[in-house]
Design a binder for this molecule. Structure first.
Ligand code: C2E
Ligand code: CA
Ligand code: CA
Length: 695
């Protein structure tokens, strides 16, 4: 080894050798960085990084060799064959591209061995082609063992270098650089040790011309430029990558529109704050915030105005945010925000809450307009109301919905009764699901009377639910529940079928009135259902009357009116129920020719017929006359009311005075109707006539 160094020092210009070794080190270091980057990318990006890596490698190998050769004291004049010199550069660049591609390949079995073999061989090939380009005046001898040694050591060190590089760590990259530099230097200097020149006697010209010196400087300069370019592109890419990672991180944690923390961020923070409060034994407020008029703003002023409102509110809330002291606000939904507040020694959140309220109610300037959204706030406290994330959020939601349902109450604190009410409703809805199949539903029938004669006109079918535990549940309670979850579709069809099947057996053939819900108009193909039920039960269409309220038509006016016309075309009549309680009764009357108007029972709620109710009855009767529609009064409980109706010329009446809603057995036993022979059969009939708890 020491003789190797002695030999190098004897035959080389030390300074130039140091420069060559320095370039080799820098080139290897850049190569290792670029190769590591290539391994992190895919597709065309990867190809680009491979090319840069190979260029840096080429510079590291070729310039090291070329510059070191400049420092070689051949003891005679030397020249370079230009073609072979270029060929040697070409060999090391192509060889290293192949080596790196092989090392990075997923299909090759031993990537570092194959890649290292290619890379190491290309270093050796470059060296010996380079030496063929190095023409000296004299006899050249080669020391074969050193030649063979360089041909073996180069590939082995290159394999080790790539093996370290494939570890894909910063340490691995440094090890690769060191091993790769060792591969280049060992091939070169072992090769040079094998190289001996015996100068020709007459050709003892100086080995260093001035031109050679300039060439050396030029090569050093060029190789540095290439290496710096490679390094700079690596650094630029690295920092853009770091920037985009930071941007992605910010995007993942913050809402793009308002810049406030988003839901994911909020959930993390909530977990943290709960853990902190539990550890300190302190309290934490969670405040759910829902904008009140945001949908209107969006619908009336457009989405850009809606966005602007959110941006301004976001800015105001951001000003309140202080993570260190535990004040946190996030945008957790379209027009929903959620805030956290560490309740300090004062135990008071109201100050913070009113600051939020103020931020929400202050006007916002949008397109020369002053908009104020306002919001509803629901507050839940850890650990008083709940001790885990999910339940705490749930409590705040419940409180927020309570605040939303009451326009006079902007802020609502959670109370346990809210929970119970919701739980009860959920349980009831679940029970209702099984009500039909468990035979818990039944129909009661309330008589409708012709005022002038006292004769029966027909019956209204009214639904009853006999709950196994809770007893009779009034329709005013369970019908809205059935409407909320869509159960009303199957229940409504059941009511229609049961009532029609029952009435089809009656003698005399009285009319049967059935109530319809607005939801049945929105969801079902109602005309088809009615047609099917009439066909199944054999009830004459003229005997069926469907009752609906104004709100039914309002949900989707055009569609509802179209359905009504189709049902009417079957021969079924349509009554407008609860007349006088809607918003624009007159408008409704104009849009569709109803067969009957039913004055709402609330007009008769005081027992004596007051002057006011008389005036209303008169007005509605006049209205009915002008439209040519008969009027029925509901909720008639006293004789005074009945005689007033008679005096005013009201055609029909319904109410407790004339008859409570009762089971079909009751009306049969009173002799009001008789069943035709072979009365209704099947499950519907059983339901309709089942023994009930009376009325
Ligand atoms: P509605 O259609 O207005 O039904 C008349 C309601 O007034 C019935 O209440 C009836 O019992 C009650 N009533 C009758 N006469 C008098 C009276 O003289 N005084 C008083 N104070 N009340 C009287 P019910 O049976 O509790 O039904 C309440 C509401 O539930 C019905 O109002 C109707 O909107 C709905 N409903 C009942 N059955 C059904 C149904 O099968 N389908 C649908 N969609 N809704 C139904
Ligand atoms: Ca009704
Ligand atoms: Ca009614």
């Amino acid at each position: 080894m020491s003789s190797l160094f002695a030999c190098i020092l004897r035959e080389h210009d030390l300074w130039i050798v140091l420069v060559a070794a320095f370039l080799c080190g820098v080139g290897s270091w850049v190569t290792a960085r670029l190769f590591r980057r290539a391994m992190q990318t895919n597709g065309s990006q990867r190809v680009g990084w491979y090319v840069l890596t190979a260029l840096a490698t080429g510079v590291a190998i070729w310039c090291t060799h070329f510059i070191a050769m400049m420092g070689f004291r051949a003891g005679t004049s030397v020249t370079f064959d230009p073609f072979l010199t270029l060929l040697s550069l070409f060999i090391c660049i192509v060889g290293s591209v192949l080596g790196f591609v092989a090392a990075g390949s997923k299909v090759i079995r031993w990537p570092s061995v194959v890649g290292g073999g290619l890379l190491g061989s290309s270093i050796a090939a470059m060296h010996y082609v380079g030496m063929m380009a190095f023409h000296v005046h004299g006899q050249v001898h080669w020391d074969l063992p050193y030649v063979v040694g360089s041909g073996i050591l180069g590939p082995i060190l290159a394999m080790a270098a790539l093996h370290m590089a494939l570890k894909r760590t910063a340490k691995g990259a440094n090890a690769m650089a060191a091993l790769f530099a060792a591969a280049i230097l060992s091939v070169h200097f072992l090769g040079m040790t094998a190289f001996h020149v015996v100068p020709d006697g007459e050709g003892m010209a100086p080995s260093h011309s001035e031109a050679m010196g300039i060439m050396t400087m030029a090569v050093i300069g060029m190789s540095l430029i290439i290496l710096v370019m490679g390094m700079v592109s690596y650094l630029i890419d690295d920092s853009t990558r770091a920037e985009s990672i930071e941007r992605l991180r910010r995007m993942a944690l913050n809402d793009a529109l308002t810049g406030l923390p988003n839901r994911a961020n909020f959930n993390d923070r909530l977990d943290f704050e709960i853990a902190l409060a539990a550890q300190r034994g302190s309290r934490l407020a969670l405040i759910g915030i829902d904008l009140d008029r945001f949908k209107d703003i969006n619908d009336l002023r457009g989405h850009s105005a809606g966005d602007e409102v959110l941006r301004v509110l976001g800015r105001r809330m951001k000003a309140m945010l202080n993570e260190e002291s535990g004040r946190f606000i996030a945008r957790t939904g379209g027009d929903e925000f959620t805030a956290l507040y560490r309740i300090g020694a004062s135990g008071d959140v109201s100050g913070f809450v009113s600051r939020i309220e103020q931020a929400l109610s202050e006007p916002i300037a949008v397109e020369n307009l002053e908009i104020s959204s306002g919001g509803s706030l629901g507050v839940a406290i850890f650990p008083d109301d709940a001790v885990d994330r999910e339940n705490l959020v749930n409590c705040a939601d419940l409180a927020m919905y309570r605040a939303k349902s009451n326009p006079l109450q902007r802020v609502c604190f959670y109370e346990p009764t809210m929970d119970e009410r919701i739980r009860e409703r959920r349980a009831l809805a679940a029970d209702l699901r099984d009500a039909i199949s468990h035979d818990q539903l039944a129909l009661h029938y309330q008589v409708q009377t012709i005022v002038s004669t006292g004769n029966i006109r027909g019956y209204e079918a009214l639904l009853r639910w006999q709950h196994p535990k809770l007893g009779q549940i009034p329709p005013s309670e369970f019908i809205p529940l059935a409407e909320e979850n869509g159960l009303i579709l199957s229940i409504g069809e059941w009511v229609l079928r049961t009532a029609c099947r029952e009435a089809a057996t009656w003698e005399p053939p009285y009319t049967i009135a059935v109530n319809l819900s607005a939801v049945q108009f929105i969801n079902a193909d109602l005309p088809a259902v009615v047609r099917k039920v009439l066909a199944e039960t054999g009830l004459a269409p003229e005997r069926l009357e469907l009752e609906l309220t104004e709100s039914t038509i309002f949900a989707d006016r055009a569609r509802s009116l179209d359905m009504l016309r189709q049902i009417r075309a079957l021969g079924v009549s349509i009554a407008l129920d609860d007349f006088g309680t809607g918003y624009s009764s007159l408008d409704t009357l104009r849009s569709f020719t109803f067969d009957r108007i039913k004055i709402d029972r609330s007009f008769f709620s005081s027992s004596a017929a007051t002057a006011q109710t008389t005036a209303i009855i008169r007005a509605v009767l006049a209205l009915g006359k002008s439209f040519g529609i008969p009027v029925m009064a509901e909720g008639i409980e006293t004789y005074d009311q009945l005689s007033m109706l008679n005096a005013e010329g009201c055609e029909e009446a319904q109410g407790f005075l004339l008859g409570h809603p009762v089971t079909v057995d009751d009306i049969i036993s009173k002799g009001q109707v008789a069943r035709l022979k072979g009365g209704p059969d099947g499950p519907g009939a059983v339901d309709g006539t089942r023994a009930e708890s009376g009325a």
